[in-house]
Design a protein around this ligand. Structure first.
Ligand code: SF4
Ligand code: SF4
Length: 127
């Protein structure tokens, strides 16, 4: 059995790693990139990650594991705040929100490009 994550569907939301009780799915952020890796030595094939993925991006397959041990399943850029430049969320997730909300006006889309701190400041200043 091997776990695969679709590059096209995954937003990097990390619901899967949060749901993994044995901590087999590992989310990490380094140098502006988010990675999700699997440690097959800890995975008990419970299927929670596959069931809970909101994007239907993660599948447990019948194919044999190519690399036993720890393997990276997905990686993406982190979005940087348009104001302060700090990395604050997976870029595919922010891009998806922007696409969903694009018809709600430029103010909404602009706030999606801000980290929580800058968003609060912008709202206080009447954005
Ligand atoms: S595989 Fe699914 S739950 Fe995991 S980060 Fe990607 S979209 Fe989120
Ligand atoms: S199948 Fe279960 S134990 Fe394995 S990675 Fe998914 S949630 Fe974790």
């Amino acid at each position: 059995m091997a776990i695969i994550i679709s590059e096209e569907k995954c937003t990097g939301c990390a619901v899967c790693s949060s749901a993994c009780v044995p901590l087999a799915l590992l989310r990490s952020v380094d140098d502006g990139r988010l990675s999700i890796a699997i440690d097959y030595s800890k995975c008990n094939l419970c299927g929670d990650c596959e069931r809970l993925c909101p994007e239907n991006a993660l599948r447990i397959t019948e194919r044999p594991v190519a690399t036993p041990g720890v393997a990276t399943l997905f990686a993406c850029q982190m979005a940087k705040c348009d104001n302060c430049g700090r990395c604050f969320a997976p870029k595919p997730l922010i891009d998806k929100f922007k696409a969903i909300l694009k018809d709600r006006g430029p103010r909404i889309v602009a706030t999606l490009g801000l980290c929580p701190v800058c968003k609060d400041l912008a709202i206080d200043e009447g954005l």
